[in-house]
Design a protein around this ligand. Structure first.
Ligand code: NAD
Length: 328
């Protein structure tokens, strides 16, 4: 195991800067930003797409984190020039403070089957979820390379990037598979050359957030920029989901333990219940398919009875959700 992917002493991050894209809507990025400032003593650069979103979230974060400095930056991760401007603004705002961690976390989701999907939604999905990560890597990894101190570059994929493709989120899953591969590639590229950079890929299971709504809001504002004030979207509390705060704890626990694939399952102590997503089992099913060179579609037939067309949203968490829905 190279030093690059080994255990990470989080105390090394104290007083350094955490840069987090897609942190303005109180979801996963917001949880990471809060944890970085409050638990790890980091300063935070909070990045999101709209000025109103960034201002509201960064003011709220600053009010929580006392003497830790918060810089809010409006930046579209589909625009290289925006990311280069962000990198410059970070240098100017924090001239003597190194970057300890970058989280390329901005993302969108448009759920649909392939045959019903909209090609514009595909383009947005691939542009934000894949090329947004590539652009963030190109803008910020050179800064980490120029530092001798250890740092973290973590891209947000999804557990959907590790399991088989199935029913209703083809564009999203394709994009998240790409983020996993990209992160493995970055890790390999840097392993010998820049081992001080610890590369991770974050593969969350289910976290309460407003991803569906923020994706629709951003889509609407793109087609009608005159509707200027982007509302900050508060996360919906997903039953049995992790809160962004508890999720962030798991992210940093896995980084500290030296894991590369940060698969954040819905497990204790990060949730108060015993209905996990069971990510390892569902990931294992994909690898069983690969090892036999066969694709098991039996869940598609079971779905016709359960009306739940998925081969990945199953296991204890979804069984319990289905049981509760029947009770209601
Ligand atoms: N919530 C979950 O259960 C879950 C599970 C797996 C993966 N994820 C991933 O986690 C990441 C964060 O999502 P979340 O669930 O916290 O929802 P979220 O809505 O809080 O975060 C997504 C953020 O990305 C921002 N964004 C979208 N396009 C952008 C662009 N072009 N430039 C800059 N910012 C942009 C949005 O404005 C939003 O703030 C996403 O990559 C998502 O795919 C979420």
């Amino acid at each position: 195991m190279s030093k690059q992917q080994g255990v990470f002493d989080l105390a090394e991050l104290q007083d350094r800067v955490a840069v987090i894209t897609g942190a303005g809507n109180f979801g996963i990025g917001w949880g990471i930003a809060k944890h970085a400032a409050l638990q790890l003593g980091m300063h935070v650069v909070l990045i999101d797409l709209h000025q109103a979103t960034v201002e509201q979230a960064s003011q709220q974060l600053q009010a929580l984190v006392g003497d830790r400095r918060v810089l809010g930056l409006t930046c579209d991760v589909t625009q290289s020039a925006d990311l280069e401007a962000a990198a410059l603004a970070i240098d100017q705002h924090f001239p003597d403070t190194g970057i300890g961690a970058v989280f390329a976390n901005a993302g969108v989701i448009f759920n649909n089957t392939i045959l019903r999907s909209d090609i514009d939604d595909w383009q947005t999905t691939l542009n934000v979820n894949i090329l947004g990560v590539v652009r963030t890597m190109k803008a910020l990894v050179p800064k980490l390379q120029a530092q001798s101190q250890r740092s973290i570059f973590c891209s947000t994929a999804s557990v959907g990037g590790l399991v088989r493709g199935d029913g209703g989120a083809a564009a999203y899953q394709a994009s998240k598979h790409a983020v996993v591969a990209l992160s493995e590639s970055l890790s390999f590229e840097l392993a010998a050359k820049s081992p001080q950079i610890h590369v991770n890929v974050l593969c969350p299971c289910i976290v309460s957030s407003a991803l569906l709504q923020s994706s629709q809001t951003n889509k609407r504002l793109k087609s009608d920029p005159s509707a200027s004030a982007a509302p900050v979207t508060q996360p919906k509390d997903i039953p049995l989901g992790m809160t962004p705060d508890r999720h962030a704890e798991q992210v940093f626990d896995l980084i500290a333990a030296g894991k590369f694939y940060l698969v954040t399952d819905n497990i204790r102590p990060y949730v108060e219940h015993d209905f996990p997503f069971a990510a390892a089992q569902i990931i294992g099913e994909r690898f069983h398919n690969l090892s036999t060179l066969e694709l098991d579609n039996s869940d598609a037939f079971a779905a016709q009875q359960s009306a739940y067309p998925s081969s990945i949203l199953k296991g204890p968490m979804f069984a319990e959700l289905a049981r509760r829905a029947q009770e209601d």
